[in-house]
Write a protein that binds this ligand. Structure first.
Ligand code: COA
Ligand code: MG
Length: 233
């Protein structure tokens, strides 16, 4: 039986502090290039998160692909999006924020994921003006004040997951598309470069633990999102 059925997204999340005692064993799974990148981080926390994310990506990829984790080769898109080097139907994407690492895997699709630790010590409308489209800003402003922080993060993570699925990073104009801010449904509302493209994508908002909000964007047919629990290597 396949570990990753067609039309299913498997979403894994990991709390960094639960893995701290094992960082060095995850570091042993990394390639020379990854080790060099890990060593280039200025802050220990960033180094630790990178090592754990890469180590866990290698372990999970090894299971899905039936390969030895250390031997898996990755390739990078023009703007740094990682994927497998060899032809493969499985796509993945990673995000980390605060104490959380998330990874999403699916077959035969384009996928992007974003997670953010919720903070409320900034002016959401002010930041929204730098990143969101006029229609998104209008929707955000119309929310009751106490809902604006969550509305902001729903919008941010949905947009970020979409540009991550596209793989083009911040070279993608953030005002050329808009997303819904609703609690109950996540969707692309506008894709200026091709007005029909919005119909090809499915967006989802998810929570891991209190204080975090995440989103997924998938081009392909998704019937279920399965949140996966880690039971150790
Ligand atoms: N496309 C998709 N995924 C990418 C990517 C790309 N072009 N480049 C890197 N990634 C993957 C990598 O796995 C990376 O983790 P790693 O370096 O440990 O391997 C991971 O995405 C980082 O994602 P995340 O934790 O969500 O980081 P981020 O939010 O700081 O940045 C970027 C994500 C680099 C892809 C890019 O979108 C960016 O710089 N965003 C800045 C934030 C922003 O302005 N967002 C606007 C929202 S409205
Ligand atoms: Mg992010």
């Amino acid at each position: 039986m396949t570990l990753l059925p067609e039309n299913e997204v498997q979403l894994w999340y990991f709390k960094v502090d639960e893995f701290l005692k094992d960082v060095e064993s995850y570091a042993n799974l990394l390639s020379l290039k990854e080790t060099a990148r890990a060593d280039s981080f200025k802050f220990d926390k960033d180094r630790t998160v990178y090592i754990l994310a890469r180590g866990l990506l290698r372990i999970l990829s090894g299971r899905y692909l039936n390969k030895i984790p250390k031997k898996i080769k990755f390739d990078y898109g023009e703007y740094g999006k990682p994927g497998y080097k060899f032809q493969n139907p499985i796509a993945f994407n990673i995000s980390h924020s605060g104490n959380m690492i998330v990874m999403a895997f699916a077959r035969n699709c384009e996928i992007g994921v974003d997670i953010e630790k919720i903070k409320d010590d900034f002016d959401v409308i002010d930041i929204a003006h730098h990143f969101f489209s006029p229609d998104e800003i209008q929707t955000l402003k119309a929310l009751p004040e106490q809902e604006q922080v969550y509305g902001f993060y729903r919008c941010w993570t949905r947009k970020e997951s979409f540009i991550k699925a596209k793989g083009s990073g911040l070279s993608f104009p953030l005002t050329s598309f808009s997303v819904s801010l609703d609690v109950d449904y996540a969707e692309l509302l506008r894709t200026d470069w091709d007005s029909t493209e919005k119909k090809e994508w499915q967006l989802f908002t998810f929570t891991t633990t209190k204080d975090y909000l995440g989103a997924l964007s998938v081009k392909g047919n998704v019937e279920s999102i399965r949140q996966m629990k880690w039971h150790g290597s």
